[in-house]
Design a protein around this ligand. Structure first.
Ligand SMILES: [Ca+2]
Length: 323
């Protein structure tokens, strides 16, 4: 009887250990093998798959950065002061002079003023000086295998392989941030495939090293996302007392006249322009902080990065660069 009982227990333990082994997450190697099959199914060539995955391995630093808890959130004013600083304004103005011909050509073609192209360049990578030193394929592979957003990063990985397969950049030179944002304007691979431009016609959309391709790609991104030529992004505003807090935010869009009737004014007290434009009121630090009235082109900047801190700072830096 005791032996019989022991046998049952052993069988149970064996079954349990087998069960837990089969539950264990797949190894990186088996994930990689499956991903290579998926890449082939997407039409990526053997040569590209071999080159891209030749030395691929989990990057522990990427895992750590992905798991890191966000730091204490900065206020908008702290963020703005860090982003729209005198050093960046001076450098941006000098670069507008230095690249005047290229920027004028791109502004004329896409209808996006050069100060916005340069402001995005300055905020994303400090004008190309901080593009992130990670190899994009291993970084995306790490996030796709290990990350919390597996589907998103697998899709970006397939997009990245397509870029290599199309000959725009080699796997070795495809560098970016730990999360896969690439080149001097930090396009994710899917954005690259949708919006990057080979302006100089050498067959490569080069957002890593060809200035006019970088400028054209940023301008094309904004244009394709609804930029309206001739309109400003917004301006600082002031609200009447008792302005309803539930009317704050970029999703609430009303004609300028609606806001004027509520008592919204330009910062300093001037009347809002009598233009037929939709507008929103944003107050990134709440009603007690700085307030802005923002238009269509602000919404377009938010398509680039869905943050009022980011979009407002892009607008303010662009205004400074245009002076
Ligand atoms: Ca090119």
């Amino acid at each position: 009887m005791r032996n019989y009982f022991k046998k049952i227990v052993l069988t149970f333990v064996f079954a349990l250990s087998f069960y837990s082994t089969s539950l264990k997450a797949e190894t990186f190697e088996s994930w990689l093998a499956q991903t290579k099959i998926e890449a082939r199914a997407h039409g990526i060539s053997h040569a590209t798959i071999d080159a891209a995955f030749s030395d691929v391995a989990l990057i522990q630093r990427v895992v750590e950065l992905d798991k890191k808890q966000p730091e204490t959130k900065k206020t908008f004013v702290q963020y703005r002061e860090a982003i729209v600083n005198q050093n960046r304004i001076t450098k941006g103005r000098a670069l507008i002079q230095q690249h005047a011909d290229a920027l004028n050509e791109i502004e004329a073609k896409y209808g996006v003023p050069k100060q916005f192209i340069v402001a995005l360049w300055g905020i994303e990578t400090n004008f190309g000086s901080n593009t992130g030193g990670f190899k994009v394929i291993p970084a995306l592979a790490t996030l796709a295998y290990d990350g919390r957003r597996r589907e998103f990063f697998t899709r970006e990985l397939m997009n990245a392989l397509q870029i290599i397969d199309d000959g725009h950049i080699s796997a070795a030179n495809m560098k970016g941030s730990w999360a896969g944002a690439m080149g001097q304007n930090q396009f994710m691979p899917s954005s690259f495939n949708a919006f990057a431009v080979d302006h100089n016609g050498d067959g490569k959309r080069d957002i890593w090293g060809t200035y006019i391709d970088i400028f054209a790609s940023s301008a094309n991104y904004l244009k394709k996302n609804g930029w309206k030529t001739g309109e400003i992004w917004g301006r600082r505003a002031q609200l009447p007392a008792n302005f309803p807090e539930n009317m704050i935010g970029p999703k609430i869009q009303k004609p300028i006249s609606y806001w004027a009737n509520l008592g919204v004014k330009k910062y300093g007290g001037g009347a809002l322009p009598n233009e037929d434009m939709m507008a929103s009121i944003v107050a990134p630090d709440g009603l007690g902080g700085e307030v802005y009235i923002v238009y269509n082109n602000y919404q377009t900047i938010m398509d680039w990065n869905r943050s009022t801190y980011f979009a407002t700072s892009v607008g303010l830096l662009a205004d400074q660069l245009a002076r």
